[in-house]
Design a protein around this ligand. Structure first.
Ligand SMILES: [Zn+2]
Length: 129
């Protein structure tokens, strides 16, 4: 089943919304990471020391970095989805080229895979761990 124009338009709006939110998220995480030395440590020198030199904050920083990189990953996927929309391949699974169900697209508009391929990939990832 191919997506019709109004559906595509709605998904595009959803993607652009998600993109804006995602970019905001990255900005706010980055801001917090750079100006919030851990309060619990009581280490005031943290205010003057560059984040990269603060070992006490490594874990928290890595957590934020992880958040940023997963947000960046989403941002990348959104851009790819918008590209596919321009190319007219949006809504087709990038792996098996079968159409992705509309309900799945509604939940994750930037998804590049149908649920079957996604599950298969998750299984593979689990086994690799
Ligand atoms: Zn597939």
């Amino acid at each position: 089943m191919k997506l019709n124009k109004p559906q595509l338009k709605a998904f595009k709006r959803q993607l652009l919304d998600a993109r804006a939110k995602c970019a905001d998220e990255i900005r706010s995480i980055a801001k917090e990471t750079s100006k919030n030395p851990r309060e619990a440590s009581g280490d005031l020198s943290g205010y003057t020391v560059h984040m990269a030199d603060m070992s006490a904050d490594t874990y928290e920083r890595e957590l934020s970095m992880g958040l940023v990189s997963s947000e960046q990953e989403v941002l990348y996927q959104i851009d790819e989805a918008l590209k596919r929309m321009d190319e007219g391949t949006y809504g087709a699974c990038q792996q098996c080229s079968k159409p992705i169900s509309v309900s799945r697209l509604k939940a994750v508009p930037y998804t590049a895979q149908c649920i079957t391929c996604q599950r298969a990939q998750e299984q593979k990832a689990k086994r690799a761990r």
